[in-house]
Design a protein around this ligand. Structure first.
Ligand SMILES: *Cc1c(COP(=O)(O)O)cnc(C)c1O
Length: 451
């Protein structure tokens, strides 16, 4: 028995893994990771894997990054954690100052939680509670996009629409208004991006016009619906939405949990739409992929609606045990310092071009319906039939087959059904991009022979 197999056996007798049919591990081995360094993960048998998905989109500057390691080690000897109600600490104050300074005016306060889903919960609660506090309690519903994903707690699932994650729990979810996402994959070939986006926007306009008295907020993953298959839309929609929501007194919650911190090419996705949300949800890359933490940023206007003499109905009594964890804040501060010192957003342009260049030939592949890219996220939509864009059914397990092939060749990708995507740490090299695209292409071709 190899070392990998020993650890796998021990794991499988006691651990239930997330987002996994555990029975699949009878066929596909679980991969015990011993250590990480830069873009590479190493297993117990000394095989290495390039982390093409940043370990679920969290890692931006590589594993065991020396600067982040040092920051967390230094903090560890000072303070690991303290209750955040009534107390504060230096890393959280510094981090909040920095987040406020790198975001636009109107994102003035930071409210911390310990994962993305709870950040969404706090934004939803804050928005509807704001309307209660200002005397408009009927504004308590939310507008969401089709195919959206905001996490897997009950509130976050309620405002989500990717059936894969919610269908089994429908009866426990609250109702929302659903608007068709302006997904550019659905655009007709002879339609301009602008005309298509405006057509989709008309649906939002009509809904807000008719129902704004009942609506607290519109919640959107700006520019890329990630878990929904890396489906992309035009920033024009968000620009238009800001004007519409201002007109009708409706909040905008932007879920940048996956797309924040450079993923879309700019530090934050909404910068490309030249607008400011009422709530900005951040997590994943916030700590460089080190520690679980999230932050919901909001305006002074929202903050002020809660700032008054104590009353149980107007105070925001939301909390998580690990809110504002000091180690996580120190990792986040080190992550932000790398962005600054290494001019990361500008330097990523070269990588963005390399992804475009090396994935371009896949557009002609007989089973590829689309190659799309927004910044550092590139997706390849593999379909059963290119002319009709018929996708593979879930029974094909095509994603798992592509994953398995790529892993055997040293690349970690985790396709969403037939959608292969790259979402790498920003320290990847152009050579590695070229290599990854080659392996992924082979993985697609291999999987096509197995379905
Ligand atoms: C990952 C994700 C979440 C949920 O974050 P968790 O930390 O996994 O709870 C919410 N929204 C988006 C867009 C995400 O990608």
């Amino acid at each position: 028995m190899t070392e990998n197999q020993k650890w796998m056996q021990r794991d499988l007798s006691v651990v239930w893994h997330p987002c996994t049919q555990m029975k699949d591990h009878e066929t596909y081995p679980l991969v015990p990771i011993k250590r990480g360094e830069g873009v590479w993960l190493y297993d117990f048998d000394d095989n290495k894997y390039l982390d093409g998905i940043s370990s679920w989109w969290v890692n931006v500057f590589g594993h065991a990054n020396p600067k982040i390691n040092q920051a967390v080690k230094d903090q560890l000897d000072q303070l690991e954690h303290v209750i955040m109600a009534g107390f504060t600490h230096e890393p959280m104050i510094r981090l909040s100052e920095e987040l406020v300074s790198i975001t636009r005016d109107g994102l003035d306060y930071c409210f911390y939680a310990d994962n993305g889903s709870s950040c969404i919960e706090s934004a939803l609660k804050m928005s509807m509670h704001y309307w209660r506090n200002v005397g408009e309690p009927t504004k308590n519903k939310f507008v969401t996009f089709t195919n959206s994903y905001h996490g897997e707690t009950v509130g976050a699932m309620s405002v989500g629409d990717a059936p894969l994650y919610t269908q089994s729990y429908k009866s426990m979810l609250f109702d929302t208004f659903k608007v068709t996402a302006p997904d550019l994959y659905e655009k007709a070939e002879d339609e301009t991006e602008e005309a298509y986006t405006l057509k989709r926007f008309a649906e939002m306009e009509a809904l807000i016009h008719d129902h704004h008295h009942e609506i607290a907020a519109v919640i959107i993953e700006p520019l890329v619906q990630c878990a929904g298959g890396m489906r992309m839309h035009s920033p024009l929609y968000l620009t238009k939405l800001r004007a519409l929501c201002d007109q009708y007194n409706v909040h905008i919650i932007l879920d940048e949990i996956a797309v924040g911190f450079g993923r879309t090419g700019t530090m934050f996705a909404h910068e490309q739409a030249d607008m400011v949300p009422d709530f900005l949800c951040l997590s994943k890359a916030l700590t460089g992929g080190y520690l679980p933490m999230s932050v919901c940023m909001t305006s002074k206007k929202v903050y002020d609606a809660f700032y008054r003499e104590y009353h149980p109905e107007s105070v925001f009594l939301h909390s998580h045990s690990y809110t504002g964890n000091a180690l996580a804040c120190s990792a986040a501060l080190a992550t932000l310092s790398i962005f600054r010192e290494d001019d990361v957003i500008n330097n990523n342009q070269k990588l963005i071009q390399a992804f475009a260049k090396y994935t371009a030939p896949l557009k002609d592949h007989p089973n590829v319906a689309q190659v799309r890219q927004t910044g550092m996220i590139t997706a390849i939509e593999v379909v059963k039939d290119k002319a009709t864009r018929t996708p593979f059914s879930w029974e094909s397990r095509i994603g798992l087959k592509m994953f398995d092939y790529a892993m055997k060749h040293g690349l970690l990708i985790r396709p969403l059904g037939g959608i292969v995507y790259f979402n790498t740490p920003y320290i990847v090299t152009e050579e590695q991009i070229k290599w990854m695209v080659n392996i992924a292409t082979d993985a697609i071709d291999y999987a096509l022979t197995q379905v």
